[in-house]
Design a protein around this ligand. Structure first.
Ligand code: PLP
Length: 287
């Protein structure tokens, strides 16, 4: 449980942490967010998440609310005050508070910042990874700028609920060509029949996952072949392995798609190895 939140310059007990009803994040989903995995109290893939945050803000013409150095300090201080070592750090930056009007408010409105920290049970995550998870597919129905990490996540929330009601952990969006774009909160991968690691290219309307990018480096360093090339749900079922990546899931094996097994229906050695290599690297580089 996160006890302390950072809200617009103050550390406050979570129960007393509020934003204004006319915050544009609340009114229009006019806000972006980032999530860092925490290993030993340190931020994993810090640089990648900062770069994406700056890009998301810039695409929406919201000013970076403070320097990267200052933000790093505030993120760390929020982690420290919550005494959490293994977990997730959530940061949200909205355009700020203004009388409701679709167009941007006049100059001078300051972005709102919220930071919270939650604990992750690493033993439970490892147990889940050892067992693998199921995914369901759902038609792609999101807007055309999924590369910006906005809080406009209603289609993702509905997809995740569909997954949960089907006993699955994730939903994979499938576009009009029948190709998987990504998960509701993760990127989607397979190890195809030729042993090639495949994930959707970033020309498609997907989030450029920071874990995805780091894992591409890990795969290359491990001497394995990786291609940014789409796949269908059928190809995933016929693949040797499938998995998802994200700050929350790290590298998590997928053993069934729409109730049908992927390969043998059990986690495979490549995803297990990549999970281990990714975690080792993320821990070593965490700040
Ligand atoms: N795709 C979507 C839609 C997501 O929401 C997320 C994470 O929240 C990801 C992919 C994975 O991104 P990252 O690896 O940066 O956590």
């Amino acid at each position: 449980m996160s006890r302390i939140a950072y809200v617009n310059g103050r550390f406050v007990p979570k129960a007393e942490a509020f934003v204004h009803i006319e915050d544009r994040g609340y009114q229009f989903a006019d806000a972006v967010y980032e999530v860092w995995a925490l290993f030993g109290g340190k931020l994993a893939d810090a640089e990648g998440h900062f770069v994406r945050l700056e890009r998301s803000l810039s695409e929406l013409k919201i000013a970076m609310p403070m320097s990267r150095t200052a933000l790093t300090h505030v993120l760390r201080e929020t982690v420290r005050r919550n005494r959490i070592q293994e977990g997730l750090v959530y940061l949200q930056v909205s355009r700020g508070v203004a009388t409701r009007d679709h167009a941007f408010p006049a100059e001078g409105v300051r972005p709102s910042i919220v930071i919270t920290v939650s604990r992750v049970d690493r033993a439970a995550s490892e147990a889940r990874a050892a067992k693998g998870v199921s995914v369901v597919t759902t038609p792609e129905n999101r807007w055309g700028r999924c590369d910006i990490k906005t809080v406009g996540l209603l289609p993702n929330a509905l997809a995740k609920q569909k997954a949960r009601e089907s006993g699955a952990v994730e939903a994979w969006f499938v576009d009009e060509l029948g190709l998987v774009t990504e998960g509701a909160s993760s990127n989607a991968w397979i190890v195809d029949q030729d042993g090639v690691l495949r994930t959707r290219d970033t020309n498609a309307n997907i989030l450029r996952g920071v874990t995805r990018n780091s894992l591409i480096e890990v795969i290359r360093e491990a001497g394995l072949k990786v291609e940014e090339r789409p796949f269908t749900p059928d190809e995933a079922r016929q693949a040797k392995e499938a998995f998802i990546t994200g700050a929350g899931t790290l590298v998590l094996p997928v053993v069934a798609v729409d109730g049908k097994p992927v390969g043998e229906g059990v986690p495979g050695p490549i995803a297990a190895r990549l999970r281990r290599l990714y975690i080792e690297r993320a821990k070593a580089k965490a700040i």
